[in-house]
Write a protein of this length. Sequence first.
Length: 296
Amino acid sequence: MALALEALGLGRRYGRKWALRDCSLSLPTERVIGLVGPNGAGKTTLLSLAVGLLRPSAGEVRVLGRSPRAALADVGFVAQDKPLYRGLTVAETLRMGGWLNPSWDPVLARQRMDRAGIPLQQKVGSLSGGQRSQLALAMALGKRPKLLLLDEPVADLDPLARREFLKVLMEEVADSGVSVVLSSHLLADVERTCEYLVLMSASQVQVADDTEALLGHHRMITGPRAKAGDLLADHQVINAEYTERQASLLVRTNGPITDPVWTVRPATLEELALAYMSAPMTGANTVAAPSQEIPA
Ligand SMILES: Nc1ncnc2c1ncn2[C@@H]1O[C@H](COP(=O)(O)OP(=O)(O)OP(=O)(O)O)[C@@H](O)[C@H]1O
């Protein structure tokens, strides 16, 4: 089966600055995939390359096994700024969705508006930011796409609307098998919704894997700072924090940690994301283990 999104050495440069570099990814279908990273990490750039709004400066991206242009009819995209015609009513906007998309599902799009309590006769220009987001999402879902790319779709929804929207997304994945890639800064939402995670920072993908597998491979470890060197030798330390006597380390384990001086517990997704996002980079898509020296 074709992948939802495949990138090979993908990069995009503005002048001399790389917005995205050395990005190689194989994202599976029929999942909700979270794209997480700090401001300026390259998330929007990756999504824009995937829908053909940007051309790569290096490498290649394929969407549903095709070029972005060839896959466009099967891709729903909601851009961060959710562009809509302010002079149209909600009903006119939905009708336009029908004219533009052969696979348009008017019932689904209208249901989304009903569930969000948005009147069909209201002008788009007079909707609140959150209501405009709901409409943009209804337009993307109404297209009945095979792949939905959503750039911070829930950022300006209230908590109830956010929960409702994420529930709808998960239902859509279960019912229609749509694949979803969504960027978000809201780690709690990502933890609840996403079965697969792509962590980005400094214009590079740092790690991409099943959320469960990622959580299974990482541990939070605390113990005596003086013994931290032993761990650095055997496991990949993603992030380390030290007090005078104590070390708190997030590690990617290479096996069980049996030394009783260490307190070992599973990492939360938030700890994992923050650790990778703040880890220094050594090269393409790799995470540097911190220096083998324990800072004084
Ligand atoms: N049109 C542009 N011209 C020059 N630099 C750009 C342009 N668009 C993006 N960049 C730069 O590329 C880098 C990646 O930006 P991008 O918008 O992809 O980040 P992001 O992860 O989506 O950030 P955010 O979470 O803030 O939306 C940033 O350093 C940004 O300043």
